[in-house]
Design a protein around this ligand. Sequence first.
Ligand code: NAP
Length: 250
Amino acid sequence: MLSGLSGKLALVAGAGSGIGKTVALKLAAHDCKVGLFDLNKEGLEKTKSEVTSAGGSCETFLGDISNREHVQCAVDGVTSHFEMAPSIGINCAGITRDAMLLKMTDDQWDSIISCHLKGSFLFTQILARQMVKAKISGSIVNTGSISGKIGNTGQANYSAAKAGIIAFSKATARELAPKGIRCNTVVPGFINTPMANAIPPHIKQMVLMMTPMGRFGETTEIADLYCFLASESSSYITGVDIEVAGGLAM
Ligand code: NAP
C-alpha cells in the first residue's frame, strides 16, 4: 500500500483519456480527491462518471495546458472546490503531430512544443506556486517518452519536446527540493491508448520487433508508477526519469 495519498488533492492533466484517465482512477481508489483537467469535454465527463461510480471524489476543469489562464483557472478552481491546495500534480496531457523533418511545418513543430514543453512549464510552475503559497510539500510528475531519449523517425518535434521535459523536470527538481516539492518524469514506451492506436500498422510492427517484451504496455501497467511517485513512498526520489517500456531502448 502506498503511503501518504489518502485525503490528498491531486490535479491530473490529460485525465480525459489514456494514461491520465487510468492515473486519475487509481489516485481516487487510493482515496485522493482528484481534479480532472483536459481539453476533451466528453472524455472528462466519462472519467468523472467512472471516478464517481467507483466512490471517488472529483471535479472537472476544461482547458488547454499550453494556456496560462486555463491552467491558473484549474489550479484556483480545484483549490476552491476542495477547500485545500493540491499537493500532487500529474501531467499526462499530450498530442502528436508526426511528419518527416523535411516536410514538417511550423505549425506541426509549434503545436507540439506548445502542448508538451510549454504545457509542462505552466503546469509545474503554477502548481508549485500554489504549493509554496499554501506552505505544503508536494510531488509533480510530468510525462516524457522513449522518443525523447532515442529519437523517433517522423517525430523530431515530439522527440525534442519530450527530451526537453526530462531536462526541465531535473532543473525544477533542483530548484524546488528546498521547498519540499519533488519533480519527476515517467517515460513511457508504447502504451495502448488512443494516441498509440493512431500509429500506422507497419510502424507498430516495427516497434513490436524492437521491444523485447514483444507487446505494447497497458495503462494499468504504468499508472501505478505515477501513483508511487505522487505518494510518500517515494519521498527521497526527485529529478529522475523512469522508463516503462517493456525493455525498448535498454
Ligand atoms: P491520449 O489517450 O490521447 O490522452 C491524452 C489526453 O490529453 C487527451 O484527452 C487529449 O485530448 C488531452 N490533451 C491534448 N492536448 C491537450 C491540451 N493542450 N491541454 C489539455 N489536454 C490536452 O494519450 P496517452 O497515450 O494517454 O498520452 C499521455 C501522455 O503520455 C502524453 O504526454 C503522451 O505524449 C505520453 N506518451 C504516450 C505514449 C503511448 O504510447 N501512449 C508513449 C510515450 C509517451 P484530445 O483527446 O482532445 O486530444
